[in-house]
Design a protein around this ligand. Structure first.
Ligand SMILES: [Zn+2]
Length: 97
């Protein structure tokens, strides 16, 4: 995974990252684990403190800018991807037949 952090306006940091590689997820149909290829852009707007509002373009994550933990942020992104619906090739083929 590659990423950059960039300060935009005061108290905001824009995180641009690209997730790529294999991720093992359980199949939602047969529960067998299988690998998916990740190829996703992740853009998060980090805000220093408690943010009351919303942004049309980005997900806003409240953090303490001084202790940004990129690994933690990425782990939560990966958890999100894992919680999506996935079905393995075997099950995909069954559905098609
Ligand atoms: Zn399956």
């Amino acid at each position: 995974m590659k990423g950059t952090l960039e300060s935009t306006k005061r108290d905001f940091v824009l995180m641009n990252a690209h997730l790529s590689g294999n991720l093992q997820v359980p199949c939602d149909v047969c529960a067998e684990p299988f690998d998916i290829m990740l190829d996703e852009d992740v853009r998060l707007l980090l805000y220093n403190g408690v943010y009351n509002g919303s942004d049309d373009k980005y997900d806003i994550i409240e953090v303490e800018i001084s202790i940004i933990n990129m690994d933690e942020l990425l782990n939560s992104e990966i958890e999100l991807i894992k919680s999506d619906y996935h079905s393995c090739e075997t099950c995909n083929n069954k559905e098609r037949n």
